[in-house]
Design a binder for this molecule. Sequence first.
Ligand code: DSN
Length: 382
Amino acid sequence: MSHKPTISELAAEESRRQNSVINLIASENFVSDEVKAVLGSDLTNKYAEGQPGWRYYGGVEIVDKIENRVKELAQKVFNTNYHVNVQPYSGSIANLAVYFGFLQPHDPIMGLELSHGGHLTHGHPVTISGKLYDRYAYFVNQKTGLLDYDQLESEANEVRPKLIISGASAYSREIDFKRISEIAHTVGALHLADISHISGLIATELHQSPFGHADFVMTTTHKILRGPRGAILFCKPEHAKKIDKAVFPGLQGGPHMNAIAAIGVALEEALLPAYKTYCQQVVANAQMLAELLTKKGINIVTGGTDNHLFLVDLRPQGITGAIAQQRLEEIGIIVNKNSIPYDDTPPQDPSGIRIGTCAITTKGITSQELEKLAEKIVSVLA
Ligand code: DSN
C-alpha cells in the first residue's frame, strides 16, 4: 500500500519548496522564528471572546496583557492615536467590519476596479461587499496608468457614496490618501484606507500615511509587515464602539490569541531600526529589478515603481500571464498572473504578471543576484 504523507510531512515539504524557489509574489514573505514560535504556542488553546477587561471566559489575565500590549505596539509602529482592534482574522473580515458597522444594504460605495489594481473585498460583485452594497468602481488613467484623482472626485460627486475605499493590491505608485480623504469628506462619505500591501512603507515613513485623514485604516499583517496571517483595524476614536462591535460579536467569535500575540512579535520587530533598512531595501530592489527588465525590453506598467511591486505588461511578448507564470515556475521563480489596467482579457487569463520584492529582500538578495534574476526572467518571457 502506498504511504500517504502525513500533514506534518507535507508541511515540511512545503518548507523545502519555499526555500528552494525565488519568491516574487508581492503579498508573501518569510516570518521570523520568533513569530513562528509564538504562533505555534499554547496561546492557540485559549478562548477569549470579548476585549481585554471584559471577556466571556475565565483565565484571561495573561491574554489581556498580551492583547493590550499588541494594541499599544500597533499604535507605536504607525505613530497614531487611532483606536485599534487587533482581532480580525484577516483583511477580508476587517474590511467587512467597516461595511457592517457603518453601511446599510445597497448603500453606494466606491473602490478601485480590480483589474486596475484594486482588491476583491473593495466591492467586487463576486464578493459579499459587492452583493450587499452598490459598488461604483473608480479607475486609473488609461494613458498614465496612475490613479486619476480628478476622475474619482467627479464620480464621487455624482455617486454620493457612503464610503470610499482606497488602497490596492497591484498598484506600484504612491497613493495620495489625503486627497482621497478630502474627496470623501466633501461628498459626505467615510474613507477606508486599506494599506495591506504598503503598511511597512507607511510605518517607516517611506510612503504617505493615511493616519490623520482616513476614518478607518486596515492592514493585513502577513505581507510586508512580516507577521502571521491576520489584520489590524484602526479607526478614528469616535468610531471605536461600532468597529469593536462589528468585529465581535458582529462577524467573529473567539479571537485567535496565538495569531494576535505573533502579530505583536512582528510589530516589536518593525520597531527595530533594521526594519526600516529592510523596507528601504525592498523598494530599492523593486526599482532595480524593474529598471533591469525595462532595459531588456520588458514593458513595466507606469514605467517603474515607488513601492515593493510592479506589473509586467506581456502583450508585446504575445504571451499571457498564465503562460509566463508557468514558464517562470519551471525555472524556480514564483509569480502570479495579474490583470493589467484596461486589459482586454479576463482575470482568469490576464495579460500581465505581478512581481514583488518583499520575500527576496527578507532572504537578503544581492544586486548581482538581482541582475541574474532579471536575465532568467527575460530568458523565458522573450
Ligand atoms: N491576495 C492578496 C494579494 O496577493 O495581494 C491580497 O489579499
